[in-house]
Design a protein around this ligand. Structure first.
Ligand code: CAA
Length: 260
């Protein structure tokens, strides 16, 4: 499907989605969010795609937030709809069974930072800047920032970012747990795609199960979450990939995954 504000490429089982509105620093308007939703759907249905990398066009921004010009025209009911759309798309991203990786090549602010929070893994270039600057606009984060940020970095760090509105550089973001690694700008995309290919080479049902267990478990008590893990672990023994993976180990050969 052709997109106006996204570039979608697939190679070696890895899809790359580039948010492509460089003149607006890749800000997310309604159309871009709707296109993201359609792209995520498409990727979810394509069994050949085993990982997703998300990045921003140009060398300045990953995503500089929700589109402020578009938001400035919204009333309260429309703002609720806009936040609901952002929440729906980011939840869709979290629900993808394949790994999702943000390659943060520049500003990841507001909705852009929130987009990274909905991804499984985040890698940043030395040029990356993270922040939740909504208070500068008289707003609060609206695409999950007050909640996912707190879960990712803890309440005090989340409060520092959200209440001051200040940006942090890539090294600080890494120290806070907002990204895993910081690499040279020209190496970022390949670094993220390399991680994506690694995950894509592992047992797909196991990867999807592990992602689901970690995600669902975070909202449960430890006892309930461990119950979920036992179910997930046992469930894999009914499928072919776990049998193949263990057999391949014992036969000292690489596994041939069927994804079942
Ligand atoms: N929405 C719409 N347009 C944006 C934008 C945004 N979030 N961020 C940048 N742009 C536009 C600018 O308006 C500018 O357009 P023009 O050339 O037409 O004037 C262009 O992108 C380039 O930006 P700047 O000239 O400002 O570039 P800079 O290098 O001087 O500054 C910046 C870069 C620090 C990222 C600055 O652009 C900035 O502060 N942007 C806004 C960041 C922000 O507040 N994000 C949060 C949005 S609210 C949100 O996301 C709510 C939510 O949770 C749902």
């Amino acid at each position: 499907m052709p997109f106006e504000n996204l570039i979608v490429e697939v190679a070696d089982g890895v899809a790359t989605v580039t948010v492509n509105r460089p003149k607006q620093l890749n800000a997310l308007d309604r159309k871009t969010l709707e296109e993201l939703s359609a792209a995520i759907d498409q990727i979810g249905r394509d069994r050949a795609v085993r990982a997703l990398v998300i990045t921003g066009a140009g060398d300045k921004a990953f995503v500089a937030g929700a589109d402020i010009a578009a938001m400035s025209r919204l009333g309260a009911a429309e703002a609720r709809d806009f936040a609901a759309l952002g929440h729906r798309v980011f939840a869709q991203l979290e629900a993808l069974p394949v790994v999702t990786i943000a390659a943060v090549n520049g500003f990841a602010l507001g909705g852009g930072c929130e987009l990274t929070l909905a991804c499984d893994l985040v890698y940043a270039s030395e040029r990356a800047r993270f922040g939740q600057p909504e208070v500068n606009l008289g707003l609060v984060p609206g695409f999950g920032g007050t909640q996912r940020l707190t879960r990712r970095v803890g309440p005090m760090r989340a409060k520092e970012l959200v209440l001051t509105g200040d940006m942090v550089d890539a090294a600080t973001a890494k120290a806070m747990g907002l990204c895993l690694e910081v690499v040279a700008p020209e190496k970022l995309l390949e670094h993220a795609r390399g991680k994506a290919r690694t995950v894509a080479s592992r047992g797909p049902v196991a990867v999807a199960t592990a992602k689901r267990l970690i995600q669902q478990g975070a909202d449960l008590s430890l006892a309930e979450a461990n119950g979920l893990e036992r179910q997930g672990f046992a469930g894999l023994f009914g499928g072919e990939d776990a049998k193949e993976g263990m057999r391949a180990f014992l036969e000292k050969r690489p596994p041939r995954w069927k994804g079942i």
